[in-house]
Design a protein around this ligand. Structure first.
Ligand code: PMP
Length: 444
């Protein structure tokens, strides 16, 4: 399998250079938070696949919901005047639980096309408003908004731009609120003031608010290294955008569906974004699906007055009945104990990671709920980062794997955690104990 994999299967972010003896690790089965590889080696999955298996593996009721739907009606397009019961019901259930007036749902296959869709919807919205010159988009450095061409352009991680001719000229960035090494200082007030100033400066540079379509932010930056904004940051940026009539998009692809505690992280921020993008936890990784949430305010501008908004955008697999049936069952599981368990387990995880602050390699500990990171440093006092080539991350990932732990080791020395919400206390403790073993081994 390893030989075939090397020959034929493309892994987007992988290099064996310096690790020629290694190949892909092939998983065979999984249950709860435990995954098993082809050799029978059991590991606790501290990253829920790719921050997505929120409900945990091996949930029979999800598999049954999918199988039932496949037998009854495996496909129905939502493109024209057609649909399926699970897709309609899931849209209604999501709208009921979403913050404020985010009442209109567009289903995609994942997060990248959810982000892409918002860009088209936003352009169309400004067209309907008679302001097509509002065509510039702003996002944040260290942000991640997908791997599609448009999404990768909004993404501000250089690895996703290099060699691709991205970002497009209408995609702009302002500095991150990253507080561990922020030139503005580390107080919330200073960081919020710096971000507001950067936003206003960027808007001015682009020719004023009447040129700017939208601003994208993750409630917590995930792929940039789990960067938590200071309290009040989201609200301050949202208010600033609202004052300039700039649409605010909360990208909740990672933070949605219980990862930070509530169903949606926005609910804790006192804002109702104009759009919210979600995926991952929506179907917990069992089948692909994403969802764009659109507010009444935005939808009404595009609608024809009789309730329809013929936006001219959709995919063959939008509103897929099997994915929707899975989404409905996953939602039921969240509300029958999973969210509550995730909140409990998240407190244990954060408290345990906090205790690692005394480790000589740990410079920063951050996160909320079941979304966390520790940032490793060479020199704690000076906050000297680990070398930024991929080799140390690869070594840490390998050591963790040998200890029976799957974590995400980012190339900048950040270790990311996003375990399934079904984790037991013992599984959280395993994640913490194995992390300490890995850190100690790294020190040697
Ligand atoms: N937005 C955010 C915030 C993400 O974290 C991701 C994926 N990690 C995406 C968009 C893209 O989602 P997908 O990989 O499902 O296309």
């Amino acid at each position: 399998l390893i030989e075939l994999d090397r020959r034929h299967l493309i892994h987007p972010v992988s290099s064996y250079r310096g690790h020629e003896e290694l190949g892909a690790r092939v998983l065979k089965s999984a249950r709860g938070a435990i995954v098993t590889d082809m050799n029978g080696h059991e590991l606790v999955d501290g990253f829920a696949g790719l921050w997505c298996v929120n409900a945990g593996y091996g949930q029979d009721s999800i598999a049954e919901a999918a199988a039932r739907q496949m037998r009854e009606l495996p496909y129905a397009t939502g493109y024209f005047d057609m649909g399926s019961e699970p897709a309609i019901r899931l849209a209604a259930e999501l709208a009921e639980r979403a913050p404020g007036d985010l009442n209109h749902i567009f289903f995609t296959l994942g997060g990248s096309d959810a982000v892409d869709s918002t860009v088209r919807f936003i352009r169309y919205y400004w067209h309907c408003k008679g302001q097509p010159q509002r065509d510039q988009f702003i996002s944040i450095e260290q942000g991640y908004h997908g791997s599609s061409t448009v999404g990768a352009g909004l993404t501000a991680l250089p690895a996703f731009h290099a060699g691709f001719g991205l970002p497009f000229s209408w995609q702009h960035k302002i500095p991150s609120h990253y507080s561990y090494r922020n030139p503005a200082g580390d107080t919330p007030e200073a960081i919020i003031a710096a971000s507001l100033q950067a936003l206003h400066a960027k808007v001015e540079e682009l020719g004023g608010p009447e040129r700017v379509a939208a601003f994208y932010a993750e409630p917590i930056q995930g792929s940039g290294g789990v960067i938590v904004p200071p309290k009040g940051w989201i609200k301050a940026m949202y208010d600033a955008c609202a004052a300039m009539d700039i649409l605010f998009i909360a990208d909740e692809v990672i933070t949605g569906f219980g990862r930070t505690g509530p169903l949606f992280a926005c609910s804790d921020e006192g804002i109702v974004p104009d759009f919210m993008t979600t995926a991952k936890g929506l179907t917990s990784g069992y089948v692909p699906m994403g969802a764009v949430f659109m507010s009444d305010r935005v939808y009404d501008v595009m609608a024809d007055g009789a309730g329809a908004a013929a936006i001219g955008h959709g995919y063959t697999y939008s509103a897929h009945p099997v994915s929707a049936a899975v989404g409905l069952e996953v939602l039921r599981l969240y509300e029958n104990g999973l969210l509550a368990n995730g909140r409990r387990a998240g407190e244990r995880l954060m408290a345990g990671l906090e205790k690692l602050r005394d480790h000589p390699l740990v410079g920063d500990v951050r996160g909320r709920g079941m979304l966390a990171a520790i940032e490793l440093v060479v020199d704690k006092a000076k906050k000297t980062p680990l070398p930024t080539d991929a080799a140390p991350a690869r070594r840490i990932f390998d050591r963790a794997w040998q200890q029976g732990l799957v974590i995400r080791a980012f190339a900048n020395g950040v270790l990311g955690y996003a375990p399934p919400l079904c984790c037991t206390d013992d599984e959280i403790d395993m994640i913490l104990e194995r992390t300490r073993l890995v850190l100690d081994a790294t020190l040697e």
